[in-house]
Write a protein that binds this ligand. Structure first.
Ligand code: UDP
Ligand code: MG
Length: 336
């Protein structure tokens, strides 16, 4: 963690007003924008002890999201949220993880809260997050105590993911906790200092640690539009998480290899013995083929796993930035 100057930690001393940054990644969320800003307008002014900035990251939307954000910036009117608006416009769609990273780099707050644009993370919970922060916690997780608005399939696969991930990975990801959380400036600086360009944020958040508290909330249904994650994307996301935080999938092949070799040796011994006692027995074509295909399949899976990690090393070795910013717009209405 290396803040470059003291001025990067505004208001950290007690007594001064503290700035809180919301980070909202947006990919084609034009339909959800009005409802989002209306809800924030109802919630944020109530939290009068804090200043806010609302960092909206446009993740290469192809609908009217960026035009709407730009209009809000130039015409803030008396909307609290619009006056606190910072728009980070990325050069293309980099994915939610990269969009969050971009938001973390631009956010200036003493605390930072990533929150989805679709109101699935209710802004009312922010006051509870802030209360725990005031108690001295550096990370305050918002845990989905009730996921009944997610489909049964999504709940089941999410559960399976947390199980598998936490069984094999070096860092434990808390169950049912998404990106919605509060992080103190020290945590944000730690995250910014992590060099990897493929960023699985849930894992990175867990990896940095810090004093952590949890509040519970009920996950609401999406306010408008549709989910940006299909089954294939989620599957790849899960693989990304496991491959980023564990080398168990590589190591397991040593054990599988040992097991298969031992079974083959024992079986070979048995065949030799059988031949000595009963003589040569020709049938066995089917079992031979099954064994050959099975071992071939295992080898391909093993090579695939190695390829997964090799690909990752290849991508990291190019040291490309995780995102590119076209421009940052700030609402004229409020200092940020
Ligand atoms: N999102 C993004 N880039 C993407 C996909 C999603 O910035 O490539 C944003 C999206 O606009 C939303 C948040 O990530 O604010 C969560 O997405 P979504 O609600 O579609 O995910 P779900 O809640 O279905 O998991
Ligand atoms: Mg959502």
């Amino acid at each position: 963690m290396q803040p470059s100057s003291a001025s990067e930690q505004p208001g950290a001393a007690s007594g001064t007003r503290r700035l809180v940054s919301l980070i909202i990644p947006m990919y084609n969320e034009a339909d959800a924008l009005d409802a989002l800003f209306a809800r924030l307008d109802a919630v944020l002014p109530e939290l009068a002890d804090y200043d806010f900035e609302v960092v909206c990251v446009n993740d290469g939307s192809s609908d009217g999201t960026v035009a709407a954000l730009e209009a809000h910036c130039t015409n803030p009117g008396d909307s609290f949220t619009r006056r606190a608006l910072v728009v980070v416009d990325l050069s293309r769609n980099f994915g939610k993880e990269a969009a969050l990273s971009a938001g973390l780099h631009v956010a200036a707050g003493d605390a930072v809260i990533p929150i989805d644009a679709d109101l699935q993370d209710p802004p009312e919970v922010i006051s509870e997050l802030l209360a725990k922060w005031r108690d001295g916690f550096e990370v305050v997780l918002a845990r989905r105590s009730d996921r009944s608005t997610d489909s049964a399939a999504k709940r089941l696969t999410a559960r399976a993911f947390y199980r598998v991930h936490n069984a094999v990975a070096d860092v434990r990801i808390p169950d049912d906790v998404g990106d919605f959380r509060l992080m103190d400036r020290v945590v944000v600086e730690a995250l910014k200092a992590l060099p990897e360009s493929r960023r699985f944020m849930k894992g990175l958040f867990a990896w940095v640690g810090f004093r952590t508290a949890t509040v519970e909330y009920k996950r609401d249904p999406r306010s408008a539009g549709s989910s940006k994650f299909n089954t294939w994307k989620l599957w790849n996301f899960a693989l990304e998480g496991i491959a980023s935080f564990s080398i168990s999938p590589l190591r397991i092949w040593t054990y599988i290899g040992l097991l298969v070799a031992s079974v083959a040796m024992a079986w070979g011994g048995w065949i030799a013995l059988r031949t000595l006692i009963w003589g040569v027995d020709v049938p066995g074509y089917a079992s031979l083929l099954v064994a050959v295909l099975f071992i071939g399949g295992l080898q391909l899976i093993g090579i695939g796993m190695i390829g997964e990690y090799l690909g990752r090393t290849f991508v990291e070795s190019k040291r490309r930035p995780p995102f590119l910013v076209r421009r940052v717009l700030r609402s004229g209405g409020l200092k940020s």
